[in-house]
Design a protein around this ligand. Structure first.
Ligand SMILES: Cc1cc2nc3c(=O)[nH]c(=O)nc-3n(C[C@H](O)[C@H](O)[C@H](O)COP(=O)(O)OP(=O)(O)OC[C@H]3O[C@@H](n4cnc5c(N)ncnc54)[C@H](O)[C@@H]3O)c2cc1C
Length: 410
């Protein structure tokens, strides 16, 4: 039995008040833990409704976690190893899946060991989560942007919040959890305003950079005409950062997709268009064709490449090499692509950078502002796509929530 799923009714109600800022998975999870412990929780959100980025994530299939052994899971995160190792012992993927199931939402394990919510959309999960919180008397206040905070001499925390009429409201709490999210998909707010609040207080912050983002490639018009919007199916992308299999989507500006999110890097990279066959096996297959066909036709006939891969081979190979069977086969196994630029932060799935861990206790409390805790993508860590991002945010929300409950006992 996961300790987390303790019935809220077991906890006593308290007079302690906690504010959570942000309605992403990190903030909602922190609020859930704190409310279950019987404290009075108010969630503030600058938007008019909850979980904007969660809803965006759900538009392409909500991938909530990943099936990896507990010993290995934390290794997927770029950030302080000890933090992530302990984090997933405290709140592992199994606990997150159990939590989602407790809200009445089913999940399934898809391809590449990814977990998804049934129906793939985020809205049923978000709706059920908000209802569960409201049942625990958590209050939601939308169109409230945190613009400043401070610790008061007697230990309480004062928040300054701007409402929809651009008026400032001041509220005081016993503890606060900041779960303000990362720098990607920021909408109209350019630049994001909240990092400046932290910086003005001397809190070390690494500026956000695009992560899990597409790359630009100079495609020829003839290639784009044939292949734009098509996937390079089940290829392997090879860079000096490693190798990753999956599909790459051809866009008008370049490529998107799991392989490039995992191992993409500027400069020359290589694509194996037929990873299931070795160079020797391909050579053998093509030599077995007795008809007098051009090399590209032989490849089309024998290798069952997807249309985008064939188009890439044809339009992306210098004319003189198109007649050279051996050279073309080598390009099937190692097609060179030059990745020119990353796409901008606004288009990235996540962001690297954020509030530095050296500003925090292991319990995620700001060293300079006792009583203020943090969680989620606003912190300086990063992870590849595959459910690791939302899992990391939910687990950190859980840790911050637990830490606040402990803090309020003192
Ligand atoms: C297109 C896309 C697809 C994605 N797909 C996946 C996926 O399938 N799987 C996965 O694991 N991850 C995915 N992600 C990433 C995932 O959505 C994020 O990592 C996650 O939502 C971050 O959670 P969070 O709670 O830290 O922050 P957020 O979800 O960003 O929530 C932060 C909240 O804080 C609010 N806020 C910010 N500043 C203030 C302020 N000053 N005052 C009040 N409120 C404020 C924001 O409005 C926001 O609602 C995707 C992201 C994108 C953009």
């Amino acid at each position: 039995m996961i300790e987390y799923l303790m019935d809220a009714s077991e906890s006593k109600s308290s007079t302690r008040s906690v504010a959570v800022i942000g309605t992403g998975p990190a903030g909602l999870m922190a609020a859930d833990v704190i409310a279950r412990a019987g404290h009075s929780v108010t969630i503030y959100e600058k938007s008019r409704g909850p979980g904007r980025k969660l809803l965006i994530a759900g538009s392409s299939g909500l991938n909530i976690s990943h099936d990896d052994t507990p010993d290995e899971f934390w290794r997927n995160y770029r950030g302080p190893a000890e933090h992530f190792r302990k984090l997933f012992l405290l709140f592992p993927p199994r606990a997150w899946l159990d939590f989602i199931h407790s809200l009445g939402i089913k999940t399934f394990r898809g391809t590449s060991r990814r977990y998804f919510v049934e129906g793939l959309k985020a809205s049923p999960l978000l709706r059920a989560w908000i209802m569960g919180l409201q049942e625990k008397r958590v209050q939601f206040k939308y169109s409230r942007e945190l613009v400043d905070f401070d610790c008061m001499p007697h230990g309480s925390i004062q928040l300054r919040l701007r409402n929809a009429d651009a008026e400032n409201e001041t509220e005081t709490f016993d503890a606060v959890c900041l779960a303000l999210g990362g720098g990607s998909y920021a909408g109209k707010e350019k630049p994001l305003r909240w990092p400046a609040i932290l910086k003005s207080k001397g809190i070390q912050f690494q500026d956000f950079r695009a992560s899990n983002v597409g790359f630009e490639v100079d495609w020829s018009p003839s290639f784009l005409q044939e292949a734009e919007g098509l996937p390079l199916k089940t290829i392997v992308l090879k860079t000096s950062l490693g190798e990753k299999s999956g599909d790459l989507m051809i866009t008008h500006y370049g490529i998107e997709g799991t392989p490039v999110y995992h191992v993409g890097q500027l400069g020359e990279v290589y694509v194996d268009l037929k990873p299931g066959l070795s160079l020797a096996e391909i050579q053998k297959k093509l030599r077995s064709i007795k008809e007098n066909l051009a090399p590209i036709r032989k490849i089309k006939k024998q290798l069952s490449l997807c249309p985008a891969a064939l188009a890439l081979l044809f339009h992306g190979t210098p004319r003189e090499l198109l007649q050279d069977s051996e050279a073309l086969i080598r390009r099937v196994k190692r097609f060179p692509l030059v990745l020119k630029h990353t796409r901008p932060l606004e288009e990235a799935i996540s962001s690297a950078g954020g509030l530095e861990f050296r500003e925090l206790t292991p319990e995620l409390m700001l060293l300079k502002f006792p009583g203020i805790f943090t969680a989620g993508e606003m912190l300086d860590w990063d992870a590849p796509t595959g459910g690791f991002l939302i899992q990391g945010c939910a687990s950190e929300g859980f840790l911050a929530g637990k830490s606040i409950v402990e803090y309020l006992k003192k």
